[in-house]
Design a protein around this ligand. Structure first.
Ligand code: PEP
Length: 233
């Protein structure tokens, strides 16, 4: 199966730099690549590229209405955007999105047949308690999530590995992905300090169906290096 390579720009890049990045990356891609870019909301553009897919980092579960600062389905439809990230730890922890709200968003965008990259992952404090606690914690992040949804992709992103430069070990990745795969049939991506140096061994791990990349995706050439590593698998 082709490995999925996704870039989460978070609050980085401008509209102009995103456009330049996407245009030049799309020219380098092959039809067999499976690449997603999640730009910052102001840089969202029409999803009409030859190879890569544009997704939204977030949206409000509404068609349109009085929700100041939010993006609704109507705006996404106009851009032909059909992929959304839900449950990212920065939205859960910094923006205080509850499991209930993640599930509400999931159910709304599922009805609209979006592809959903649903993020789960434990804090360092949970990880330090041991794998049984990690499993219990991840299980709670699947509460009210229709795990049989065919357009579900799970991203396992341990919070302590995000942006820290300290990726989870291959053993931790493999063990946790196995657990997630025992819960649902969806492809499982790993996210957390993936870069051009460690991508190869992470992508080589049997239970890893792709990677979700933050910091190392901000530079197009470094992200393209990761895409090239995925082609070797
Ligand atoms: C992320 O936040 O989705 C992520 C994986 O970030 P980083 O690659 O910087 O750890």
């Amino acid at each position: 199966m082709t490995k999925i390579i996704a870039a989460n720009f978070k609050t980085n890049h401008t509209r102009k730099s995103t456009e330049e990045y996407i245009q030049s990356l799309d020219k380098k891609l092959l039809p067999s690549d499976k690449v997603y870019i999640f730009p910052t909301p102001i840089a969202l553009c029409e999803n009409n590229f030859k190879h890569l897919n544009i997704g939204t980092q977030n949206a409000y579960p509404i068609f349109n209405g009085a929700f100041t600062g939010e993006i609704g389905l109507q705006a996404l439809k106009e851009l032909n955007i059909k992929t959304i990230l839900i449950g990212h730890s920065e939205r859960r922890n910094i923006l205080k999105e509850s499991q209930e709200f993640c599930a509400e968003k999931f159910n709304f965008f599922m009805k609209e047949e979006f592809e959903i990259i649903y993020c789960v992952g434990e804090s360092l404090c949970v990880r330090e308690k041991g794998f049984e606690d990690v499993k219990k914690f991840i299980q709670t992040q699947f509460e009210n999530i229709p795990i049989k949804y065919p357009k579900l992709i799970v991203a396992y992103e341990p919070i302590w590995a995000i942006g820290s430069g300290m990726s989870a070990s291959l053993e931790q990745i493999s063990q946790t992905h196995c657990f997630i795969k025992s819960i649902c049939d969806a492809p499982v991506l790993y996210g957390g300090s993936v870069n051009a140096k460690n991508a190869s061994e992470i992508l080589n791990t049997k239970e890893v169906d792709g990677v979700l990349v933050g910091s190392a995706s901000l530079d197009m050439e470094s992200f393209y290096e990761i895409i090239k590593k995925a082609r070797e698998k």
